[in-house]
Design a binder for this molecule. Structure first.
Ligand code: CMC
Length: 434
């Protein structure tokens, strides 16, 4: 029997059931209720996973009350200031930061897998030019699973590693292709002499007609965006990837499922929705109209939300939002856009919301998406592409979580249960005349 237990008693005569409590290294302990149904014939009911841990994980830890985020034990602030995105990929994938030799090997491995299969170009042509990049990316990554049937054996660590390398390396190429296709420009092949973030910038913004020089401030800013979005424990898209991959499907196809989930405005789509919100507010009168806008947000009949605010886990300032705000200052400063009206509007709106009892009482603070749209827009990334950049960054988190699940000795296909509240057994009455 475990050191700590929890006992559940019932008022309907069902005998009480005792469960072990497992200790977490930090954060809430968990009551292991796996035997509940067998012992009592009852399920737990927790739609939205408000109190349910779906797995044990060693990858990412969030303390929502403190506003703390750790990847493999390292604070996000530390990683954002001292590492680059590929270091963080290595950390998430293998559990530790790379040594200089490991770093060199890993970087070189990624850089030598950046090209997408030429056949993908033909696949792209099936899309409408005005298709949303997230629709295109979901399709492209799904299609990629057809290019690598050898990735199917997820129980082979070598196969999983190769899929991981391919995905980390090729996502920027696919995201850039989706963008170039939408604006009718030729695709730019990756340049393996550049950094990961530098390569993304070049593939997005260079043309074959001109020399392209990577701006180091924008390169660093994009790298930071990637680090901040790399993982976030069991959020909706990560849980989607885990659930999808739990059937033993092709891991690349499971990542496509994660991308589809990320697209929604309550999740990764919030950065695009936030920038659209700010742009709309600016067009309606900007700072002068903040009061009116906040009243609409607070009006429960309006369904308008302050995008980029609030989080299921953070009940304090999202630590990623702080870093993103800092990056926003750096990027706008570098580009001479310190007086950017959207940035000023965002800061004023944030200040007013943080002083408003509606947001204070519900512990609603800016999340990572509040400032990331402004930074990305300043870099030159169009709002429609924001969530695709998020997907590219999050791919490593999805892979690390998928690998962790597959290698967990307690791994099982995910299969939630339900409380059925529909019709009881009934029978079809034959139609008259039949
Ligand atoms: N604006 C106005 N009210 C809000 C907001 C908001 N952004 N977020 C939550 N609330 C209110 C909500 O109406 C509810 O009020 P009441 O108790 O009076 O009914 C209360 O706060 C709790 O909200 P909830 O929807 O029950 O909380 P949740 O944990 O289910 O939702 C959330 C979390 C992120 C979906 C939500 O805060 C939201 O919709 N935020 C805006 C979208 C956004 O910025 N999403 C990005 C999340 S961070 C990036 C990522 O992880 O993908």
């Amino acid at each position: 029997m475990a050191d700590k237990t929890a006992t559940l008693t019932f008022s309907d005569g069902t005998p009480e059931v005792t469960f072990p409590i497992h200790q977490s290294s930090i954060g809430p302990d968990v009551v292991d209720i796996r035997t509940l149904y067998g012992k009592s014939g009852k399920f737990t009911f927790d739609p939205g996973f408000m109190s349910t841990a779906s797995c044990a994980s060693t990858i990412t830890y969030i303390d929502g009350d403190k506003g703390e985020l750790l990847y493999r034990g390292y604070p996000i602030d530390d990683l954002a200031r001292n590492c680059n995105y590929l270091d963080v990929c290595y950390l998430l994938l293998y559990g530790d930061l790379p040594t200089p030799a490991e770093r060199q090997r890993f970087d070189s491995l990624i850089l030598h897998h950046t090209m997408a299969h030429e056949q993908i170009h033909f696949f792209m042509r099936g899309f409408r030019r005005d298709a949303h990049p997230m629709a295109v990316l979901t399709g492209l990554v799904g299609a990629m699973s057809a290019f690598y049937p050898d990735s199917m054996n997820v129980h082979d660590p070598k196969v999983r590693e190769t899929s991981a390398i391919r995905l980390i390396a090729k996502l920027p190429t696919l995201v850039a292709m989706a963008y170039k296709y939408s604006i009718g420009e030729p695709y730019m092949y990756p340049d393996n002499t550049l950094s990961y973030a530098g390569n993304v910038l070049r593939m997005l913004f260079a043309t074959p007609c001109e020399q392209f020089v990577v701006n180091p401030v924008l390169e660093r800013a994009l790298d930071r965006i990637l680090i901040l979005h790399a993982d976030h424990e069991q959020n909706a898209s990560t849980s989607t990837v885990r659930l999808c991959a739990s059937s033993g499907t092709n891991p690349i196809a499971a990542i496509a499922a994660g991308i589809a989930c990320l697209w929604g405005p309550a999740h990764g789509g919030a950065n695009e929705a936030c920038l659209n919100m700010l742009t709309q507010l600016q067009a309606q009168g900007g700072v002068e109209k903040i009061g009116e806008f906040i009243s609409q947000v607070k009006d429960k009949t309006s369904s308008i939300r302050l995008m980029g605010f609030g989080h299921r886990v953070y009940k304090n300032y999202d630590p990623r939002a702080k870093l993103m705000r800092e990056t926003c200052h750096e990027v706008l400063g570098n580009l001479g856009l310190q007086n950017d009206p959207l940035f000023k509007l965002a800061m004023k709106l944030e200040q007013i919301a943080l002083e408003d009892d509606y947001f204070i009482s519900r512990k609603l603070y800016p999340n990572v998406d509040y400032y990331s749209g402004i930074v990305q827009k300043a870099i030159g990334i169009p709002p429609q592409l924001f969530t695709a950049i998020f997907a590219l960054a999050r791919t490593i988190g999805w892979i690390a979580q998928l690998n962790e699940m597959i290698t967990d000795p307690e791994y099982k296909i995910g299969r939630p249960r339900q409380s059925y509240v529909g019709e009881k057994l009934r029978h079809v009455k034959p139609y008259a005349g039949n």
